[in-house]
Design a protein around this ligand. Structure first.
Ligand code: PMP
Length: 428
């Protein structure tokens, strides 16, 4: 039955919507940090950075269905949930960021953020980092420079996108003690070239902890210094918190807190709806208001009563179940155990990130940092055999992306490391 169903999918679903696995398990059910296939086999989900509460949370399901039965309409009507949810989102953001747009996904949130930057500054040039992913829609894709996600990424950028050197502290051009200065000089060089054209500057978009590159922390002070350079030129600073924000770092609610920098626009999605489509842009009244030149903003389902109730229930459950604190504590434990693998297994080059936003970088040689790309793919498929879902990320697809639900237990974290160590001991 499973093979037939898979053939049906392959026959009718558009090809570019790829599977993680060549012969994927057919998933039927999810509970907390596990998914179960049709044969009842359990898989530990170390990969799903959308389900922050864990799969199948009954309280969220009840809240959504209750609101669905009561009322679901659009944001051009007035109802309780939209007022309360936008107030709650604004209260999570730094002072001054108090205007909320509600959309359905991270790509939409980033597209809207770029439009806001253009409308506010009247300029088009935008800076983004190499190795970045910001979405699949036209503008968010234009600032996505990751060649792992799109091999054409660097040859098909529109003129308004200026990609700057990846400030990858592990394998970037300026590793070591001078890292911030080197990467900052590279940014200033690009900005001066933009200045010379006299077309102004719309702004800068980046993840405050570099998720797509594998959860890499930016060099100390990098974000604040770049924000300073951007603002000195009248540009707007966009923090893409779609993956990193909302408590996943454990030690911080927002990624930009880790860098001591405050953005002008925050974009969020993924976990904020725990899988219910939900995204948002939080910005200043002045920046939000600049879109009025273009008319009004409307999304047919963004900010619907059901979406807002889903969003508020996620926040309530996160607080009641202390999920950010759990991400911090279990994340610290997990990171400690992963770091210990470095000593025992030469292929483990480094462990990046914090909380439950981690990346385990696999290399063939710790001096040259030659990426262990094929090995990483093979390790992921061995881990599937052992009941663990994890996938490669980074431009070289040699970083295990470890972003489980925030309800991950210490026992599940230990099971993951034990199985990983078993696979690493098979010799690579
Ligand atoms: N920004 C970042 C950092 C992301 O990781 C993603 C999704 N992987 C997006 C934006 C796009 O979000 P969505 O898939 O919801 O459109």
């Amino acid at each position: 039955a499973s093979a037939e169903l898979f053939a049906l999918r392959e026959a009718h679903l558009a090809g570019p919507q790829k599977n993680y696995y060549e012969t994927p398990p057919q998933m039927e059910r999810g509970w907390k940090e596990h998914m179960f296939d049709v044969e009842g086999r359990a898989y530990l989900d170390m990969l799903n950075n959308v389900t922050i509460l864990g799969h199948g949370h009954p309280r969220l399901a009840e809240a959504i269905s209750e609101q669905w039965l009561r009322l679901n309409t659009n944001s051009r009507f007035h109802y309780t949930a939209i007022a309360e949810f936008s107030e709650r989102l604004a209260s999570l953001a730094p002072e001054g960021l108090e205007a909320v747009f509600l959309v359905n996904s991270g790509s939409e949130a980033n597209d809207l953020a770029l439009r806001l930057a253009w409308a506010h500054t009247g300029a088009k040039p935008m800076l983004s980092l190499l190795e970045a992913y910001h979405g699949w829609s036209v503008a968010s894709d234009a600032v996505s420079t990751s060649i792992a996600d799109n091999p054409q990424a660097l040859t098909t950028r529109p003129d308004w996108v200026h990609a700057v050197l990846s400030p990858n502290t592990y394998r970037g051009a300026f590793r070591g003690s001078e890292s911030t200065t080197g990467y900052l000089d590279a940014v200033v060089e690009v900005l001066e070239a933009i200045d010379a054209k006299g077309e102004g500057l719309a702004g800068f978009i980046a993840e405050p902890v570099y998720g797509n590159a594998g959860g890499i922390s930016l060099p100390d002070g990098f974000l604040a210094a770049v924000y300073g350079q951007i603002r000195a030129r009248g540009g707007v600073c966009i923090a893409d918190e779609v993956q990193v924000g909302y408590g996943r770092l454990g030690h911080h609610f927002w990624g930009f807190e880790q860098q001591g920098a405050i953005p002008d626009i925050i974009t969020i999605a993924k976990g904020m709806g725990d899988g219910h489509p939900l995204g948002a842009v939080i910005t200043t009244r002045a920046i939000a208001g600049s879109l009025e030149k273009e008319g009004y903003f409307f999304s047919s389902t963004g900010g619907s009563p059901v979406s807002c109730v889903a969003g508020m229930t996620v926040l309530d459950i996160m607080a009641d179940e202390r999920l950010q604190e759990n991400a911090r504590d279990v994340g610290d434990h997990l990171k400690g155990r992963l770091v210990a693998l470095i000593e025992r297994h030469p292929i483990v080059g480094a462990v990046h990130g914090m909380g439950l936003y981690l990346g385990l970088e696999l290399v063939r040689d710790r001096t040259t940092l030659e990426p262990a790309t094929e090995e990483t793919a093979a390790i992921c498929s061995r881990l599937l055999d052992l009941g663990i879902l994890v996938q490669p990320t980074g431009d070289h697809l040699n970083v295990l992306k470890i972003k489980p639900p925030l309800c991950l237990t210490v026992d599940s974290a230990d099971f993951f490391v034990d199985m990983l160590e078993k696979v690493l001991s098979e010799g690579w």
